[in-house]
Each structure stands twice: as C-alpha cells, then as structure tokens.
Write a protein that binds this ligand. Structure first.
Ligand code: UDP
Ligand code: MG
Length: 247
C-alpha cells in the first residue's frame, strides 16, 4: 500500500541524469494535476542518476503533496524504470511520460477519455521534432516491428501513454520492452487506441539512446516476441469452490 492508491491515475516519469529538466517537470506537472480529467499524482522513478536529479526530486516532492518518488539503487534502464513505476502504482490507471518533456502532460487529457474502453491509449507524435536521422531510424524500426508482431501501433516509442494498471502489471517485461508495449498488450488481448499528440524538441539534457539500442536490439527483440507469442500462457478459471469471488 502506498499513497498512489488514493488516486485514479499515476503519472510515471523515468528520470536518468535529467537534472536540467527537473524544474520544468515540476512546473508543467504541477500545472497539469488540477486540470487532469482523472484525479492524478506524479511518481518519479529515479533510475540511478549520477547527477543532482535525485536531490532535486526529493525537494520537488516535499513541495507538492501529490508528487512521489522511488529511486532505484542502480541505473537499470528505461524498461526497468517503467516496470518499477507500474509495480509501484496502486491507482487503476497508470500513465507514462518522459522526463525530457518532448510531449506535454496537458495531452494526457486527450488520452484519458478513452481509458474506460481501451487498456492502452497512446499518443502518436504529430510533426516529430527530432533529427531527420532519428526519425528515419524510428520509421524503419516501427515498420519492421509491425510486420513481425502484427501490432498496429504507428508510433510505439511515443512517450505519452495511459494503461490499465492491472493489465500493465501482467505484461512480460524484459530490457527493451518499453518499445513493445502495444505488441505485449496484444498478448493480454488488450485494446489499443492511438491519438495524435504534440511533440517538442528536447530542450535540456541529452538523449540516452543511440543507433544500437534504438535499432539493433529492437530488431532482435522482434524474434523474441514471436517466440513468446507462440508460447504465451493465458488461462481463465471457469469454476472454483472458494468462498470469495476473487481467485
Ligand atoms: N531513462 C531512464 N533510464 C535509462 C535511460 C533513460 O530512466 O537508462 C529515461 C530518461 O531520463 C527519459 C526517458 O527514459 O525520461 C527516455 O530517454 P531519452 O529521452 O534519453 O530517450 P529518447 O527520447 O532520446 O529515445
Ligand atoms: Mg526523449
């Protein structure tokens, strides 16, 4: 039990060496919370930052009663940070946004209306403000992944997503899975809705990903996904004689 259980929606923000973004995060997230369509809190996941991020997050969380953080003992990668956030969130809905704010928390309100009917609601970055090279990598990776997994996600890497927490918890997690959320949702028969959202350039800090981990690892992960899809275990209990209704 943790304070996020008091909310309808927990916004997970993975933070790795983002000291120059924390002030903006505080400003934009605290402005968004009172306007959120679902009663929301913020959960920073500090992923073993080696700069001043954690110190700053501690201060920010002192200033706002709806802001919380967990801090991983070591840098464990974005997928691990995302899993830590999903495992920690106790609200029925869990959201995800990157610490560099290349998407705006305001646009959660474009996604939230669909959350009742869709287990995954995700953004599509309209007019992406990344370099030509990064956009090209992303196009190739998205096309290949779609053909391998059969997911219909136009922009799997979009850092603005809303998920049902219970379903998100059941997804198989592995390093790199943050790019496979729509495909993994398919394994759980989750429904997906995609909505265009605004996209901005990275204003501060540096990108942690490069050609190898943006293109080559996801390429190999596609084969792992196909294996997993074949072997994935899903079952429904038809009957039981327990006293409680829950199994
Ligand atoms: N991140 C993380 N752990 C890592 C690498 C990145 O938590 O080991 C976070 C990072 O702070 C940011 C998000 O993951 O909030 C996405 O990273 P980044 O913006 O560098 O990736 P890009 O948008 O360039 O693909
Ligand atoms: Mg980014």
């Amino acid at each position: 039990m943790n304070p996020t259980s008091q909310y309808e929606f927990t916004i997970v923000v993975p933070v790795y060496n983002e000291e120059d973004n924390v002030e903006r995060l505080e400003k934009e997230l605290s402005a968004f919370l009172p306007t959120s369509l679902k009663r929301a809190c913020v959960l920073f996941v500090n992923d073993g930052s080696r700069d001043r991020s954690l110190d700053l997050l501690r201060e920010v969380c002192k200033r706002h009663s709806d802001f919380f953080y967990v801090s991983l003992a070591q840098n464990s990668g974005l997928s691990a940070a995302m899993k830590a956030g999903i495992d920690t969130a106790q609200s029925p809905l869990v959201g995800y946004i990157d610490a560099d704010l290349q998407t705006s928390p305001e646009d959660f309100n474009l996604l939230l209306p669909y959350a009742a009917d869709y287990e995954l609601v995700m953004g599509i970055r309209a007019n992406r403000k990344d370099s030509f090279f990064k956009n090209l990598q992303s196009k190739i990776a998205n096309g290949f992944r779609r053909s391998m997994t059969g997911d219909t996600a136009k922009d799997t890497g979009c850092p603005l997503k809303v998920m049902h927490t219970d379903v998100a918890r059941r997804l198989p997690f592995f390093t790199g899975m943050h790019r496979f959320l729509p495909a993994l949702m398919l394994l759980e028969k989750g429904r997906m809705m995609q909505i265009p959202v605004r996209h901005f350039p990275r204003m501060a800090g540096v990108s942690k990903y490069h050609l190898w981990n943006r293109l080559v690892s996801p390429f190999m992960d596609c084969f792992a996904y196909r294996w997993m899809k074949k072997r994935y275990i899903r079952y429904q209990v038809g009957e039981h004689n327990f006293a409680e209704t829950e199994v």
